[in-house]
Design a protein around this ligand. Structure first.
Ligand code: HEM
Length: 488
């Protein structure tokens, strides 16, 4: 009996050492605990600081054991650029993630492998995103219309300090839903439930139960909390299926009014020639676009309002520039970005300081590859620390302070340093970058034109500390937003 116990202990020890062993030429890193590896590092209050410390100790490329799997972390601009751009294609894969792959089956875009199918889905989605506003309206007109609803809603609530989050959420979601579905879902509880379930699933995906599911295949069928992810997916897909069926009934060939219509037409064409367009792809694409395009946008706008109240002199300078260039009557358009270098610099600086997706989306090597002298086996997960790029002392004039001069030259003209990467870069660069940039500029400029934003709680300053997660949000806050014409 005693011998058997010893054998078990020795086998476990062997398994642990084997799992922890880094292949020859692999980036260095700390030892991890059995099963969970280095996960405890991420349970600390400030995981991004932990990554800074690890980079100081091991260099800009190091590795960590995440729930039994070794992953590579790249830190600072040169190594992140190597992964995203210089060797962009070699590292354009996505790592296996069984809990997600079992549901999504590598379809859609965000978690799809680097493949012809991913290229086809991405190319067409980009085209559809550009083309569909609401009905005959362009995407720009649609955002402006949504911005005017936002202003009305804020004005109705501006008597006392309020939390702006629900208003920003409605505006962002309305744009996504009108592009994808061709309609607003205001007060539609099933749409809101579907969105909540998607975001809940992202939380589960990052949590300990997902790690267990991925590391220990034996537990996958057990009735443990990770089963919630499959149940959520089932409900979300059922909701989307119903929507797609409705679009099939109303679709007039040649007159697509939204993303779903256009994709359904593409499926019809695909039946004639071999291609990857089919209904399950469409459902996963909708989940991808709703998840990737909502939280990041809402978080950025929410941060922007907080920074504008935390730095009132910056807010005032934007308003002076906007008033001088646009006056009070002219209609705002995206092209005005070029005429408003300071306001444009402020929006970029907010994105740099907050880096809402601090570690981007993990990449993977599509073949055995070399990274700055290290050997990276095919399929290894690679994290690109975009937060570290945005604070890289070799790249920024003021890496550790909020200062719009990071994006202005001596003549006050707007310049965008190469190390500005909130949307990442290379073959996997954010698909919604253009849409997001339009939304940020049009929403924020409209808000600045209409309201004076201030911090009502004089007893404490705005808290600019982010809550770490796949998307970084600020803690909830209330602000005052007063009509500028009344308050001037
Ligand atoms: C401020 C807003 C946004 C930020 C900061 C942001 C950031 C990012 C980042 C960092 C990535 C990872 C890229 C990589 O793998 O290296 C990404 C991917 C992606 N984003 Fe965004 N995003 C934003 C808005 C949007 C919007 C509005 C949409 C949709 C309309 C969208 C759709 C996507 C998709 C589909 C991908 C996956 C691309 C692929 O795997 O090929 N994003 N985004």
């Amino acid at each position: 009996m005693a011998i058997l116990s010893w054998l078990i202990v020795l086998s476990l020890l062997f398994l642990y050492l084997w799992k922890n062993q880094r292949p020859k030429g692999f980036p260095p890193g700390p030892w991890g605990l059995p099963l969970i590896g280095n996960l405890l590092q991420f349970s600390k209050k400030d995981p991004l600081k932990v990554l800074d410390q690890l980079a100081q100790k091991y260099g800009p490329i190091f590795s960590l054991n995440i729930g039994g799997t070794l992953a590579v972390f790249t830190h600072g601009f040169p190594s992140v650029k190597e992964v995203l751009v210089t060797k962009g294609t070699e590292f354009a894969g996505r790592p296996d993630n069984p809990i997600v792959d079992d549901i999504v089956k590598k379809k859609g875009i965000v978690t799809a492998s680097y493949s012809q199918t991913w290229k086809e889905q991405r190319r067409l989605s980009l085209m559809f995103l550009r083309n569909f506003g609401l009905g005959k309206k362009s995407v720009e007109e649609k955002i402006l219309q949504e911005a005017s609803y936002l202003i009305e809603a804020i004005a109705e609530n501006s008597d006392s300090p309020f939390d702006p989050h629900p208003f920003l959420k409605t505006a962002v979601i309305n744009i996504m839903s009108s592009i994808l579905f061709g309609k607003h879902f205001e007060n539609d509880s099933s749409f809101n439930t579907a969105l909540d379930l998607i975001h809940q699933s992202i939380e589960i995906m990052m949590g300990p139960w997902a790690m267990l599911y991925n590391a220990v295949p034996l537990v996958r069928r057990l009735p443990l909390p990770h089963q919630r992810m499959a149940r959520n997916a089932h409900k979300v897909l059922a909701f989307l299926e119903k929507e797609v069926e409705e679009h099939k009934r109303t679709l007039i060939p040649g007159e697509s009014q939204n993303f779903i219509d256009a994709y359904l037409e593409e499926i019809k064409k695909a039946e004639r020639k071999a291609s990857s367009f089919e209904e399950e792809q469409l459902l996963i694409l909708l989940v991808d676009l709703l998840s990737a395009g909502s939280q990041t946008m809402i978080a950025t706008l929410w941060w922007a309002l907080l920074y504008l109240v935390a730095f009132p002199e910056v807010q005032e300078k934007c308003q002076k520039e906007i008033d001088a260039i646009l006056g009070s009557n002219s209609n705002l358009q995206c092209e005005d970005r070029e005429k408003l270098p300071y306001t444009n610099a402020v929006i970029h600086e907010i994105q740099r300081c907050t880096t809402v997706g601090p570690l981007g989306v993990p990449h993977a090597s599509i073949q055995n590859a070399k990274l700055c002298g290290y050997q990276i086996p095919k399929g290894t997960a690679i994290f690109t620390n975009l937060h570290s790029v945005h604070h890289d002392e070799s790249q920024w004039k003021f890496p550790h302070e909020f200062n719009p001069s990071n994006f202005l030259n001596a003549k006050g003209e707007f310049v965008k340093p190469e190390a500005f990467l909130p949307f990442s870069a290379g073959p996997r660069v954010c698909l919604g970058e253009n849409l997001a940039r339009m939304e940020l500029f049009l929403f924020l400029t409209t808000i600045l034109r209409n309201f004076r934003l201030s911090w009502p709680d004089k007893s404490q300053a705005p808290d600019l500390t982010p809550k770490f997660g796949p998307t970084q949000f600020p803690s909830s806050f209330k602000i005052s937003m007063k009509d500028r014409q009344e308050s001037d």
